[in-house]
Design a protein around this ligand. Structure first.
Ligand SMILES: Cc1cc2nc3c(=O)[nH]c(=O)nc-3n(C[C@H](O)[C@H](O)[C@H](O)COP(=O)(O)OP(=O)(O)OC[C@H]3O[C@@H](n4cnc5c(N)ncnc54)[C@H](O)[C@@H]3O)c2cc1C
Length: 399
């Protein structure tokens, strides 16, 4: 194997390229946008397992991406009743905990690290089609250019063109019934919530916030929406319109929510929340999928970025150790499929709890303090957060 074409320069793409380099395989990243588009409108959780996986290739993103530890989550009912506190993940033996980062900054840090390591990242390269040639693969981009490699890795996100080309029958991402909206705010004198993100099960919608030491407030809301809006429809809604709508939705909930929304500064991002519980084909011929392209998860479990990172490191190991691309892709799927499908299902369950009707809501508020004690222990979620990829152990010997 001498050359891999990586389609997509989000989170999985640059990670893949760096992991391949460590495995001694040359690659280039082809990104559809015509320039770096590090949209910082939303923030995400990079879980301890994702941070740990990056260490395998000596990448340390937390500080570089202005990340900060977020080890706890506190739940509230809309009326302000405390429902309980749980750990946001599991503290690893070396002290690593989940960190909160702006998504665009995480992407930027990964890309810049890849560039620093001499990896080629090309912009304006929207994959249109590819052709398996018998010896390898030729990718064709919308700008009329082509690239040739031994394999093609689709890291092109939830609406992956690679996935559609590889398997026109592939399931489409499904809408979870939620729209995610979020932004940044500031309220003079509001105490920082160091290490704790707060979640409120409001009467009509779900709200999350945290306050940094600097006073900057990160917030998001999940709104129930039975029919799926398009991204374009959401993009046309101005921050003022969002504020009006959200102030209405949260009018009967704890007043702090509307103070945060009312003081929101700048852009308010919005997107339909999708997931993809399973994908029948992970690879075909010289082409393989990683990250959201093959198993998008809703954001509720805070694992999408970490799963994409784990995929990339695992696939690079398989390509390093297996006798040929097909064997490597098969091992990669064997090592990853169960885990990612379990995470997607778990995240969907969390998303569903955000859309409870009035009866379910009363029941949930009563039961949650008990349920949190039983199910949200460190032990219950260790499978997700303590997953470790041992880079040095060959895949044939790995568990
Ligand atoms: C609002 C929001 C909140 C989230 N919260 C969390 C969270 O708390 N924790 C978490 O871990 N995850 C979270 N996620 C999910 C996380 O962002 C994704 O799981 C992660 O970005 C997946 O990485 P990826 O590289 O597979 O895909 P992406 O990051 O989507 O990257 C795909 C890249 O491919 C490019 N591309 C697309 N089509 C083509 C083409 N035809 N040719 C070339 N390039 C193409 C795109 O421009 C993009 O740069 C959240 C997502 C959203 C939207």
């Amino acid at each position: 194997m001498t050359k891999a074409l990586i389609v997509g320069g989000g989170i999985a793409g640059p990670t893949m390229a760096m992991a391949l380099q460590r495995a001694g395989i040359d690659s280039a990243v082809y990104e559809a946008y015509d320039r770096p588009a590090d949209y910082t409108g939303m923030f995400l959780n990079t879980a301890s397992n994702g941070l740990d996986a990056l260490r395998a290739i000596d990448v340390h993103v937390a500080e570089a991406a202005d990340g900060f530890p977020m080890p706890r989550m506190r739940m509230w009912s809309g009326t302000g009743k405390p429902l309980g506190e749980v750990a946001n993940g599991v503290r690893l033996a070396d002290g690593t905990v989940s960190v909160c980062v702006k998504r665009g900054l995480l992407q930027k840090v990964l890309r810049e690290e890849a560039l620093e390591r001499g990896i080629s990242v090309q912009y304006g390269k929207r994959l249109e089609s590819y052709q398996a040639t018998g010896q390898g693969v030729v990718a064709r981009f919308a700008d009329g250019t082509t690239a040739t490699g031994d394999i093609l890795i689709g890291a092109d996100g939830i609406h992956s063109r690679t996935r559609q080309l590889m398997n026109p029958e592939a399931p489409k991402p499904s809408f979870t019934g939620l729209v995610g909206v979020g932004g940044y705010s500031h309220i003079a004198g509001l105490a920082p919530t160091i290490g704790t993100q707060h979640f409120v099960f409001g009467k009509r919608a779900f709200f999350g916030y945290l306050v940094r030491e600097s006073g900057e407030i990160y917030w998001f809301a999940n709104l129930h929406r039975p029919d799926e809006p398009t991204r374009e429809e959401l993009a046309q809604i101005s921050p003022q319109e969002w504020k009006r709508h959200l102030l209405d939705l949260f009018a009967d909930d704890m007043p702090l929510i509307n103070q945060i929304i009312g003081n929101s500064i700048g852009e308010i991002g919005a997107h339909p929340v999708h997931d993809m519980p399973t994908s029948p084909l992970w690879h075909r011929g010289p082409v393989v999928l990683i990250g959201d392209a093959v198993h998008a998860t809703s954001p509720s479990a805070g694992q999408g970025a970490s799963m994409a990172i784990e995929d990339a490191i695992t696939l690079a190991k398989c390509l390093r150790d297996a006798p040929g691309a097909t064997a490597a892709f098969t091992s990669y799927e064997e090592l990853r499929r169960n885990r990612v499908e379990k995470v997607v299902a778990y995240s969907r369950k969390l998303s569903n709890s955000k859309t409870a009707g009035p009866v379910a809501r009363v029941f949930r508020d009563m039961m949650m303090p008990i349920a949190l004690k039983v199910f949200a222990s460190d032990k219950a979620h260790a499978w997700m957060y303590t997953h470790h990829i041992d880079w040095d152990t060959p895949i044939s010997q790995a568990a």
